[in-house]
Design a protein around this ligand. Structure first.
Ligand SMILES: [Zn+2]
Length: 329
């Protein structure tokens, strides 16, 4: 009895400390439609995430360049865990990467990254582009350093930023994911954890072609759905093979296999969604990046031939071309 009580109190403390709700799922009476019964924040807010980003409804804007620190250095020791809702990766030892610039007024420190996927490769991403799903979405969660840590930052409008990356399916395996994929089966069971020593850099795990992105004000996509997130949704996607995507679907949650874990798109309401229009100088510097996606080549060709980067028409044609490319590949 004493042990049980201790367990309950400890559980409550953890929930309180992290600010994360734990009793939710993606099906039936614990699914997204029911989150609001227990977590008021998920219900009726005006800034909920994810959303469908409609290309004919974005506002072009030139933001200052994003500055990434320690993204290019291999991560010393990371902890991979199955928290029942996703595979979550945090840094156990080593330098903490951070980001500033763009739409962000402060510096944001890395807290964790995790994934959202679907039952098949035709679904899985949380944010959509022109109602188009992608097979996987990575959320890198960072907290505003002026609030000291993730838990405190949850209480402020500018508390968090999520750097969000979409994936596209390729025939070839992504070599940078080999170590990660090798360890993923070790966290197949609920609450399992594994330490990985000598992990790839965040640059290699995502993409360095980060000049083009959408940004909007939104929320956590899981309870308590706090509306404290500046979202950055990068236009260039990460390549991953079907076999590599498939590995995520073997994870177990509290109610069996966690074969899908994406929240449906929420109402945009009267929010503005911006698309960063990179300056010519920042575009030129990106040509040195080591991105693995061959979409970049198309993107650069498209730009050099279109000439005027700020032309609405040119940008939309470029985007439509990119998303058509994703769909057929
Ligand atoms: Zn997420």
């Amino acid at each position: 009895m004493v042990t049980d009580l201790k367990t309950i109190i400890f559980g409550l403390l953890i929930t309180f400390k992290t600010g994360y709700g734990q009793d939710f799922g993606y099906d039936g009476n614990t699914g997204p439609d029911f989150w609001g019964l227990k977590y008021q924040g998920c219900n009726g807010g005006k800034l909920q995430s994810p959303i469908d980003i409609e290309l004919n409804n974005v506002t072009e804007k030139e933001f200052p360049p994003l500055v990434f620190q320690h993204f290019d250095e291999p991560l010393e020791t990371v902890k991979l865990e199955n928290n029942g809702h996703t595979a979550l990766l945090s840094i156990k030892q080593g330098k903490i990467p951070n980001v500033r610039g763009g739409p962000l007024n402060e510096t944001y420190n890395f807290s964790q990254l995790h994934f959202h996927w679907g039952r098949t490769d035709d679904e899985g991403s949380e944010n959509l582009v022109n109602n188009q799903s992608f097979p996987l979405e990575l959320h890198m969660v960072l907290y505003n350093t002026k609030y000291g840590n993730f838990s405190n930052a949850l209480y402020y409008d500018d508390g968090l930023t999520v750097l969000s990356f979409l994936y596209h399916k390729t025939i070839k395996q992504n070599q940078h994911y080999q170590k990660f994929e090798r360890e993923l089966p070790a966290v197949e069971n609920l609450n399992a954890t594994v330490d990985i020593i000598g992990f790839v850099s965040l640059d290699n795990f995502t993409t360095t072609d980060r000049n083009e992105y959408f940004t909007y004000k939104g929320s956590l996509t899981t309870p308590p759905c706090s509306e404290v997130v500046t979202w950055l949704e990068f236009i260039n996607t990460i390549p991953l093979s079907h076999e590599q995507i498939q590995e995520f679907r073997f994870l177990s949650g509290a109610r069996g296999k966690l074969n899908h874990n994406f929240r449906p798109a929420q109402a945009r309401n009267d929010r503005s969604v911006y698309m960063n229009i990179p300056t010519l100088s920042s575009t030129a510097s990106s040509s040195n990046d080591r991105s693995s996606s061959k979409l970049n080549a198309h993107s650069k060709n498209g730009r050099s031939s279109s000439g005027d980067l700020r032309s609405n028409c040119g940008v939309f044609v470029l985007l439509m071309f990119k998303y058509f490319y994703y769909i057929v590949n």
